[in-house]
Design a protein around this ligand. Structure first.
Ligand SMILES: *Cc1c(COP(=O)(O)O)cnc(C)c1O
Length: 387
């Protein structure tokens, strides 16, 4: 056996890989498992986007290597999107880089700024890639707890002075996975001031910017005065347009950071298949009725899930962003124990909160990306379980 590098042995096993293995094993035995575990839209990509890919894929020019920072037309489409959705003006040549999904950029950004021994500020519970990218670059994640009493916003006041002084990057994510929290203007303004004071690059993950309910559109970090001087925002077509399999996203904002990310990328990858970029341009610049339909669908599922959980004894308020419901486990159970119970007794997969970090302990996550009849059945099965 060849000994693997230390950086690999430091990685925790990817949570979803473990869950997928569990599902596969049970299904092999013929068990009807309903998974509410994975945040991957169940609806198809709108057909006019697929058609655009079909056409673009026949163009010989699109068969060659793309530019790793993205076609200028694609970067312009991202700028147009920011104007339209957020009233923010960006320079397509200097303030936008294409990504092979935002996960790719989130994973690589640490390579641009982190030297061995450096610290990144990472939310907990949170999307695992923030910490993993940090570790792969030789850095150390410093956990920023997201607590219910703070509306799951990061509490900047409890970050120790010496940690803030040493920190290179700060990852934040609103609407939030897994808690469903949405950030207000005041919070983002505090983040800008904090980042300026300590010279930290803010990396806002806006993957759920279009997944909001009750007509309350979340802010882009780029809407905050000074945001472009301190940081960048990641986003992608994955969640709004049901395009998780297509692998296309972007980072926008602070020019020198975008340039650094582009430089790392041009040395590691060759960008996104041009036909996919052309289809993405169609999505970003086209009619956006499909986004309204997507929100209505999740909103309906959200109402159903929250009503059912509340009928089982929970007292949950309606979430206003993301397609997740973050739920405290019943007294006397750890997250893992409760999820195991539901798996064994109801054949339903829910995600244990501790999979998103130590401050996720005591919660589980339900994803709304499941057909409504299956979602309903899963909750009915859960209701029959004694705990
Ligand atoms: C889904 C998700 C992403 C990224 O998805 P991509 O498909 O790589 O763009 C990023 N952040 C969070 C929090 C997510 O849940």
């Amino acid at each position: 056996m060849i000994k693997q590098a230390e950086r690999i042995s430091k990685l925790p096993p990817y949570l979803f890989a473990r869950i997928e293995q569990k599902i596969a094993e049970a299904r092999e035995k013929g068990v009807d498992i309903i998974s509410l575990g994975i945040g991957d839209p169940d609806q198809p990509t709108p057909s006019y986007i697929v058609e655009e890919l079909n056409t673009a894929s026949r163009e010989t020019a699109n068969h060659q290597y793309p530019s790793s920072v993205g076609m200028l037309e694609y970067r312009k489409a991202v700028c147009q999107w920011y104007e339209r959705q957020h009233g923010v003006t960006l320079d397509p040549k200097k303030e936008v880089v294409s990504l092979i999904g935002s996960k790719e950029g989130i994973g690589h950004i640490s390579f641009c700024y982190v030297n061995p021994g450096d610290i990144n500020l990472v939310p907990d519970p949170g999307y695992p890639v923030y910490g993993i990218g940090t570790i792969l670059a030789g850095g150390t994640p410093y956990v920023m707890p997201l607590k219910e009493e703070n509306g799951f916003l990061v509490d900047l006041d409890i970050i120790p002075e010496d940690v803030a002084q040493r920190a290179k990057l700060m990852f934040i994510n609103y609407p939030n996975n897994p808690t469903g929290a949405v950030a207000n203007r005041e919070f983002f303004e505090k983040v800008v001031a904090f980042a300026k004071k300590y010279d930290i690059v803010v990396c806002h993950d806006a993957a759920y910017s279009e997944v909001f309910f009750d007509g309350q559109r979340p802010l882009s970090f780029m809407e905050i005065p000074g945001a472009k001087d301190v940081g960048i925002e990641f986003n992608s077509l994955s969640k709004p347009f049901n395009m998780t399999g297509w692998r296309i996203g972007w980072a926008v904002g602070r020019q020198e950071v975008i340039e650094a990310l582009g430089r790392i990328k041009s040395n590691l990858d060759s960008g996104v298949f041009q036909a996919v970029q052309v289809a993405a341009i169609k999505a970003l610049t086209g009619p956006l009725d499909c986004l309204e339909d997507m929100r209505k669908l999740y909103e309906h599922r959200r109402d159903m899930v929250i009503d059912k959980l509340n009928s089982m004894g929970w007292q949950l308020e309606k979430t206003i962003g993301s397609f997740y419901i973050w739920v405290p486990v019943p007294k006397g159970y750890s997250s893992a124990q409760f999820c195991e119970l539901i798996f064994e007794k109801a054949n339903v997969i829910i995600t244990p909160g501790n999979g998103y970090g130590e401050y996720g302990e005591g919660y589980f996550r339900i994803s709304l990306t499941v057909a409504e009849n299956r979602l309903k059945e899963a909750l009915e099965r859960m209701k029959k379980v004694q705990w």
